[in-house]
Design a protein. Structure first.
Length: 91
């Protein structure tokens, strides 16, 4: 399998499960290709960062009009904020 195809499958696999045969071929390629393994690790890192950033943005949005009766205690808000600060340091 060419590296270009492996990179496409690595990316595609983040959104949809690969067919069994393609998954096996990709795994074999990753055993032998250090460049594609690095690509796979970098994509996983970027996916994790994007996910945490999205969670942070969503957590700071005002509640929808129908959810106004939902409140968090000050302690809960502080605990959540500390967890976010540890996960995504501010600059």
């Amino acid at each position: 399998m060419p590296c270009k195809e492996a990179a496409r499958l690595i990316s595609e696999e983040k959104d949809n499960p690969l067919p069994w045969g393609r998954k096996v071929i990709l795994r074999i390629h990753l055993i032998y290709c250090m460049h594609c393994r690095a690509c796979c690790r970098k994509l996983a890192l970027l996916t994790g960062i994007a996910s945490r950033a999205g969670e942070m943005v969503l957590s700071r949005l005002p509640l929808a009009a129908g959810d106004r009766d939902v409140t968090l205690s000050g302690e809960a808000r502080e605990r959540i904020q500390r967890a976010l600060d540890r996960a995504i340091p501010r600059k």
